[in-house]
Design a binder for this molecule. Structure first.
Ligand SMILES: Nc1ncnc2c1ncn2[C@@H]1O[C@H](COP(=O)(O)OP(=O)(O)OP(=O)(O)O)[C@@H](O)[C@H]1O
Length: 330
């Protein structure tokens, strides 16, 4: 059985269509991502699937229950972690969980054991009795995840789970999400605009742009849509000569010269890279350095939407990477 089945789900705010006939399904135990820029419609999709917002059209089933006909049962079978923190900072971590467990009518005999368990999943057992006011951003996020798990939901919704957190904390949250998904078999649907988060965590990703799903596949399936890998060579000798020799190879998709540098888009990197060296050597041309970049989800996104990628300004490497990326996409 699918954990979530979405059929032509649509949300209009007045004249504006925020979500436009979106259809997808999430398998039981799957970690599924909605990836897209700010304003793409991800939160609106989550809000509809969690019964917080009424769809304009379309329908969905969550944990086997119809969104429109059975919203109470849907709510009982899901956990939600919102984008904005919603903890009571005047209570301890444990008290926040107790309060939530009571709201879900978990009987007191079971409550203590469940709290112990979810605190362990998110690695907060030793901080449970500290006021949330003194928690770091990452600890708060982990506590929110623990809270979303307290009633053993079949499906967990996470809206931008690591928004605003530093890289190290983000990584630790990812590991906790994976752990709960693997250990409990909880189906997870998360929204993110961090490409690396979707890539690292998700079994499958739906790329959302302007309210529509524009691609849906595994991370590697999405990356395979690109033309190839980019090899960047710093040439010692006649650049035009090697550029023309490489351009004739069947596995070379594109060659572009930039002064002494050569960017070559190739297929099957592992197999063909030695041939680049052999070709250079047969022409008496040296290669000072070689740089290699594999396509990322960022490249896929750029290819699909045409929108620019924000790179660190001023860095020559970034400018170069951006240039190489654009070549891979053409
Ligand atoms: N209640 C509302 N009334 C009018 N427009 C809305 C409403 N809620 C959302 N929108 C619009 O719908 C679009 C999608 O918003 P949504 O919050 O779903 O995007 P998102 O992909 O989740 O981005 P973010 O991560 O920034 O929240 C946006 O243009 C937003 O301004």
């Amino acid at each position: 059985m699918s954990a979530i089945m979405v059929n032509e789900l649509t949300k209009r705010f007045g004249e504006f269509t925020a979500v436009d006939r979106v259809s997808f399904s999430v398998e039981t135990g799957e970690l599924f991502g909605l990836l897209g820029p700010n304003g793409a419609g991800k939160t609106t999709i989550i809000n509809m699937l969690t019964t917080l917002l009424l769809p304009t059209a379309g329908d969905a089933e969550i944990a086997g229950y119809d969104l429109r006909r059975d919203p109470a049962r849907v709510r009982n079978n899901i956990g939600i972690i919102f984008q904005d923190p919603s903890l009571d900072i005047g209570l301890t971590g444990r008290e926040n969980l107790e309060f939530h467990a009571m709201m879900y009518s978990i009987v007191s005999d079971e409550r203590e054991e469940r709290i112990r368990e979810v605190l362990e999943v998110v690695g907060l057992s030793d901080k449970a009795d500290i006021l949330v006011e003194y928690y770091s951003g990452g600890m708060k996020r982990r506590l929110e995840i623990a809270r979303g798990l307290i009633h053993y939901p079949k499906v967990l919704f996470l809206d931008e789970p690591t928004l605003g957190l530093d890289a190290q904390t983000r990584r630790s949250i990812w590991d906790h999400i994976r752990k709960l998904n693997r250990n409990y078999g909880t189906s997870v649907i998360l929204t993110t605009h961090y490409m690396e988060e979707a890539d690292y965590l998700c079994d499958r990703i739906a790329i959302i742009d302007q309210g529509k799903i524009i691609a849906l596949d595994t991370p590697s399936g999405l990356k395979k849509r690109l033309k190839g890998d980019c090899v960047s060579l710093d040439i010692e000798g006649k650049v035009d000569l090697i550029a023309s020799a490489l351009g004739k190879k069947e596995w070379v998709k594109e060659v572009a010269r930039n002064e002494k540098m050569l960017d070559v888009i190739i297929s099957d990197y592992e197999k063909n890279i030695p041939d680049i060296f052999r070709t250079a050597s047969s022409l008496g041309i040296g290669i000072r350095s070689i740089n290699f970049s594999k396509p990322s989800l960022e490249d896929v996104f750029l290819r699909l939407t045409g929108s620019t990628i924000r790179e660190q300004e001023g860095s020559r490497l970034s400018v170069r990477r951006e240039r190489m990326r654009r070549r891979m996409l053409r």
